[in-house]
Design a protein around this ligand. Sequence first.
Ligand code: HEC
Ligand code: HEC
Length: 309
Amino acid sequence: MNKTILAAILVTVAMLGFTYASIEMAGGLDKFLSGGDWVNMLAILGAVVLVAATTFVVTKYIRQMQNDTVGGKLADENWDGIGEYKNEAPFGWALIYFGTIIWAIWYFLAGYPVNSYSQIGEYNEDTQVHDKKFEAEFAGILKDPEKLNEMGESIFIVQCAPCHGLTADGMGGKAADLHTRISEASVKHVINNGANYLKTSFPGGMPPMLLQDPAQIDAVAKYVANGFKADDVAGKEAFTAGTCNTCHGENGEGMPMVAPKLNAMDADMVAAVLKDGKKGAIGTMPAFTNLTEVQHKAVDAYVASLSKK
Ligand code: HEC
Ligand code: HEC
């Protein structure tokens, strides 16, 4: 008998043997055949058919590889005697080739990325639904400053305290101390480097080097950090000499869309920092985009209230 066919029969018998052994391990053939369990019966039959079909097909191709000789028309070109047959692409192969291209275009444009289920998509949808419910439930809180502050405080403890500290003191310089408007070091940093982080609220930004004389920079920094004291003549003069007041106002009261308030922390400034994030002398403050409208207003109000006490 042909060696290949002999090998095929041996492999088939071995695989059927393994199938039988695994049935025995799972409780024995009897268990499957008694009690009229048709599904299991079909599965066993299917396994036998699969084993037989697989060895049949593989054997057929091995024999073809052993016995077939090539034929067909040779291409005119040859490379050092090595030629190429001009066989047609097999029909099945061409069908799969073009079919795959059409499927890929469908898949890319209309298939998975756009239409199908995704965990992130479901999460986002759920979050939106929850946020809407939350907004509806707490809409009234906007008219109740005390409750709003309470909500702001609890959000602050979770989201902001890890950097700013439970008492919002900045944890020894890790983040901004939110009880004062701003430190001298921060004012100097902004004068020297300029700033353009709060793009949504103040699109123009602040250019660097408006002041260059170190004595003047010191004076202005003290004046701003100490809260615009009228008796600080040198600082006041430098601030209002057309350098800072043109944007920030005579007493640092700020100007909408032009420059933030400097003489106190207000809710607008907090909102601007939360929306865009901020980099300064201390470090980087990340933007907070995951708060709902009501939560935003609550945190803004709470932080603004800290520096008023
Ligand atoms: C062209 C308008 C303009 C001028 C002039 C200007 N500023 Fe500003 N300033 C801004 C803007 C806009 C911001 C917000 C920067 C940002 O987007 O981060 C800012 C931010 C600041 C901040 C930071 C506030 C914070 O909470 O971090 C300080 C302090 C400041 N300015 C001080 C000054 C001083 C002092 C001068 C004068 C030397 C001055 N500014 C001149 C527009 C201006
Ligand atoms: C990852 C740490 C971190 C977290 C979390 C964080 N902050 Fe900040 N925040 C900073 C740092 C650092 C600064 C100082 C940036 C600078 O150098 O000007 C800052 C600055 C600020 C400022 C600006 C102060 C000023 O005078 O310019 C405000 C307002 C603020 N944070 C509010 C908040 C609020 C509200 C939260 C919570 C929703 C929060 N921060 C969460 C690190 C953080």
